[in-house]
Design a protein around this ligand. Structure first.
Ligand code: SF4
Length: 357
């Protein structure tokens, strides 16, 4: 059996789990090709005008899956006991049925970690019946999926590119499969950072920051000019500690990750500036982007928002990026982060401090 897995949205966070799960069940998983113009245009035709860019891309990737026996579209309700995914995740697969090519069935399963691990396993076992697999097979597949997911999550602090990390996981997991007794799973190389370069944090949803076609290769462009930190590089426990000051708990999983990690970047003196990559039509971003902007303003941390949609142009992005990086560099190198006006205006920022501050 060959299952099609669209390379969009949940692919960027949970693909390792599903890859391990189906691998253990001896089911081949085929992903759609990386986003291109045709995929984007097909997505725009089939998705609702009102929805966000990542959902439109998902619609395009679904149509790009050919020669598969079924398309897999899980309903990822929650991935921990404390939060939900965005409502648009919950509307999958129904909201995307118009994008599914005629004659190809859709396989789906609800994953809701708020109901606990045993309920997730039970739901997967019911799904397993559709695939002709027994309960014991599903239990093994669930364990392997979790191992692969953990391996990816442990590695995301060391890689800066999702595809690169996935390749590393692929080679590592093959080693793991070949010899269960061999504990010496190859380590993923640690990112080598140059302390003399600018350090910029790129904040946003994984499926935007790691999507080079939609974000006009922002991550690659940024990486040429600065050391880049991503939300995914911050461990969940560390991000959680930076949420403690909030008056109200955040509800959505990605929002928690973005605000927690973003707040860590705001308070980290080694980070010279923050770029928030948002997309038009994102409900959660409209709130959390503003929240993070306030934290950045209070700490005098350079902060820029880039909002993507299907009409975003390269020239505009490059100009804004260069202007932002020039401003950050000038501030760091020439002004020492001490304002020419006002007393101790920048006392909470990094680099130099004047003694009376
Ligand atoms: S969090 Fe925003 S970008 Fe992501 S699916 Fe929901 S609305 Fe779309």
């Amino acid at each position: 059996m060959k299952i099609g897995f669209p390379r969009a949205l949940f692919y960027y966070d949970y693909f390792p789990f599903w890859a391990g799960f189906f691998h253990a069940l001896d089911i081949e998983v085929v992903t759609s090709s990386p986003t291109n113009r045709q995929i984007m245009e097909q997505g725009l035709k089939k998705a609702s005008d009102e929805t966000c860019l990542p959902l439109k891309l998902l619609a395009g990737h679904i149509q790009a899956l050919e020669k598969v026996d079924a398309i897999f579209l899980p309903r990822m309700v929650s991935v921990d006991a404390d939060s939900y995914n965005c409502p648009k995740f919950l509307g999958i697969p129904e909201s995307l049925f118009p994008a599914v090519p005629a004659g190809i069935p859709v396989l789906t399963v609800t994953v809701n970690w708020k109901k606990g691990k045993s309920q997730v396993l039970k739901d997967l076992q019911v799904f397993g019946l559709e695939l002709g697999k027994g309960k014991a097979d599903i239990r093994k597949a669930f364990t392997l999926g979790q191992e692969w997911q953990k391996r990816y999550q442990d590695s995301s602090g060391t890689g800066w590119n999702f595809e690169e990390s996935m390749r590393e996981i692929g080679s590592a997991t093959k080693g793991l499969m070949a010899s269960q007794k061999d504990k010496s799973i190859p380590r993923i190389p640690v990112r080598v950072q140059n302390p003399d370069r600018l350090r910029i944090a790129l904040v946003g949803h994984s499926y935007l920051t790691h999507e080079p076609y939609a974000n006009l290769n922002l991550l690659g462009r940024l990486h040429e000019k600065a050391e880049v930190e991503l939300v995914q590089h911050v461990k969940q426990e560390e991000a959680d500690t930076h949420l403690l000051g909030l008056r109200k708990k955040l509800f959505w999983n990605h929002a928690k990750q973005i605000v927690g990690a973003g707040n860590k970047f705001v308070t980290d003196p080694k980070i010279d500036g923050i770029i928030y990559l948002s997309c038009f039509g994102c409900g959660t971003d409209s709130m959390i982007q503003e929240l993070l902007a306030r934290f950045a303003r209070e700490r005098h941390k350079p902060y820029m928002v880039i909002t993507l949609d299907e009409h975003s142009g390269e020239a505009g992005l490059v100009t804004r990026l260069e202007a932002f990086l020039d401003m950050v560099e000038r501030r760091k190198v020439h002004e020492g982060y001490v304002s020419a006006h006002g007393e101790c205006l920048d006392r909470d920022s990094n680099t130099l401090r004047i003694p009376q501050c």
